[in-house]
Ligand binder design. Structure first.
Ligand SMILES: Cc1cc2nc3c(=O)[nH]c(=O)nc-3n(C[C@H](O)[C@H](O)[C@H](O)COP(=O)(O)OP(=O)(O)OC[C@H]3O[C@@H](n4cnc5c(N)ncnc54)[C@H](O)[C@@H]3O)c2cc1C
Length: 478
């Protein structure tokens, strides 16, 4: 029997497959499309996802295909400088088109041994206490111990499970595409700047290869958003919004997206779980959806591997919902707020001006940016040290960087005292006795990190440590 079937080979599914393979879990990814999508939705990775790639030794390949930008202007597009002293070693946004991100994650998943089958659509599922039976469009049946629906916003898995997806339907729709145009570049830039003074859902920017990425409000909300707009529809909406169609022609691809905002009620129903857009959808303000999906997968991977490996402590797999559901709820809320701030109405425009003034206060700017870049996420592990439940930033140790020691996806005890022990858990937790170069970056005697880099314990007392290890890493071996 297959250990885990992942339905959907987008960024969430591929990230999850890679994580599971680090623990030798037999993974099969089913992707309904025969070829990867060409159209560009996400434009980049935010800080926490960049850190995640670093923690798995994947960052170099992303850096080779991306461009670094300052971390500013991401909250409702309000332009402000990056806040000083962000608590990260990677204080930038990595511009990288989604097809490249998808490809790099798929390559990694395949390299570490995930089986990937394209052109395979999941159409049915049933589960019992031992496993899940999955039915494909061609009638094939497969059996696995667990199934994860990473099959996007219209998730078949979520619908078959009957999991509610409460929230708001799309109220507005936006057209997006890549195309060529005949307008003079300087005249185009001037018109774009003028129109954007009142309409923030409009833009046309050069891609550097002769084509432009063009975005414009649609006339209404389409019944079926999987049907792309025509070039004529695009031209018509450009004339309505900007007074000219800029002579657009030769589209590479055209698409439409709405502002529906919904969150799955449950991320787990017994042996079936949901992750990424299958669990939450929201408009693209701030560029958070793909990042959220990658971070869901990073939270889920080691927990599901522990369950498959038979050493998961009670409640570990359920903590995926407990930890990630509130994070998505917070992202949905911030996109709702950003949506209001993008409105052309006078009231919201006044609120936008006021917020823009408030963002001149460093702390307000930092607070809002940290929401988007997701380094402020804190899971509720109970009271205690301020680091508890938060992900730990990368730090320089005497013999290398902390994140370099986390590529295997295991737990890690960073021990600056040299007096602690993880005996009994050595198969699941690495014991690193070393000191941090700069105590301003990290000033604790020892910290226990989960495989996703979140801090499970801080202190120096071996007895306290022994109480925390089983909570995350199961019973001691032997
Ligand atoms: C215009 C736009 C701009 C965006 N910009 C950003 C951005 O800048 N930053 C950001 O972080 N996010 C952005 N997003 C969001 C981002 O694109 C999504 O959040 C992300 O793609 C979600 O990844 P996923 O793997 O969960 O789902 P998807 O990428 O939707 O992948 C799901 C996969 O499942 C497959 N599938 C579906 N059904 C089945 C089935 N039954 N069986 C098998 N396979 C199936 C699909 O073919 C697809 O490959 C943007 C979105 C839009 C629309």
């Amino acid at each position: 029997m297959i250990d885990v079937i992942v339905a959907g080979g987008g960024p969430t599914g591929m990230m999850l497959a890679g994580e599971l393979r680090l623990h030798d879990v037999h993974v099969l990814v089913l992707e309904k499309e025969a070829e990867p999508a060409r159209y560009v939705r996400s434009l980049g990775l935010h800080v926490r996802s960049i850190e995640v790639m670093d923690q798995r030794g994947l960052l170099e390949r992303f850096l080779a295909h991306g461009k670094k930008y300052p971390v500013g202007g991401f909250f409702a597009g309000i332009t402000k400088p990056s806040p000083d002293r962000l608590d990260t070693a990677h204080g930038y946004v990595l511009g990288i088109p989604q097809p490249t991100t998808d490809r790099l994650l798929a390559e990694h998943a395949a390299e570490v041994g995930a089986e990937i089958r394209r052109g395979c659509e999941l159409v049915g599922l049933s589960q019992d206490e031992h496993g899940v039976t999955v039915e494909l469009a061609d009638g094939t049946q497969l059996r696995s111990r667990y199934l994860v629906g990473c099959d996007g916003g219209r998730s078949t898995v979520r619908k078959l499970l009957g999991v509610d997806f409460p929230g708001e339907p799309a109220r507005v729709e936006t057209l997006l595409g890549e195309m060529e145009l005949t307008e003079d570049p300087a005249a185009l830039a001037a018109i774009v700047a003028e129109v954007r003074k009142t309409q923030l859902r409009f833009g046309a920017g050069p891609l550097g290869d002769g084509a432009y990425r063009v975005v414009v409000p649609a006339a209404g909300v389409a019944e079926d958003r999987t049907v792309p707009p025509t070039l004529e529809e695009f031209k018509q909406q450009l004339r309505v919004t900007a007074g000219t169609d800029f002579g657009v022609h030769s589209p590479r691809w055209l698409s439409r997206f709405g502002d529906a905002t919904r969150l799955a009620e449950r991320y787990r129903v017994d042996r079936v779980l949901l992750a990424g857009d299958a669990a939450h959808i929201h408009p693209p303000m701030g560029g958070q959806g793909l990042n959220l999906g990658i971070q869901d997968a990073f939270n889920l991977g080691w927990k599901l591997a522990a369950e498959v490996g038979g050493w998961a402590p009670e409640g570990l797999l359920d903590s995926y919902h407990t930890e990630r559901h509130p994070v998505a709820a917070d992202v949905l809320d911030n996109t709702r707020a950003q949506g209001e701030l993008m409105s052309t109405e006078p009231g919201p425009r006044s609120v936008r001006r006021l917020l823009s003034e408030l963002m001149n206060f460093e702390e307000v700017n930092r607070y809002l940016i940290e929401k988007i870049i997701a380094i402020g996420v804190r899971y509720d592990f109970g009271g205690g040290h301020e680091l508890l439940g938060r992900r730990m930033r990368d730090v320089e140790l005497k013999r290398g960087r902390l994140y370099e020691l986390m590529h295997g996806g295991r737990g890690l005890l960073l021990d600056q005292t040299g007096r602690l022990s993880v005996a009994g858990w050595a198969e699941r937790v690495d014991h690193v006795v070393d000191v941090v170069d700069d105590s301003e970056e990290l000033d604790v005697p020892a910290a226990l990190l989960r495989p996703d880099g979140h801090v499970a314990w801080v202190g120096e007392d071996q007895q306290e440590l022994l109480r925390q290890l089983p909570r995350w890493f199961g019973a001691a071996a032997g």
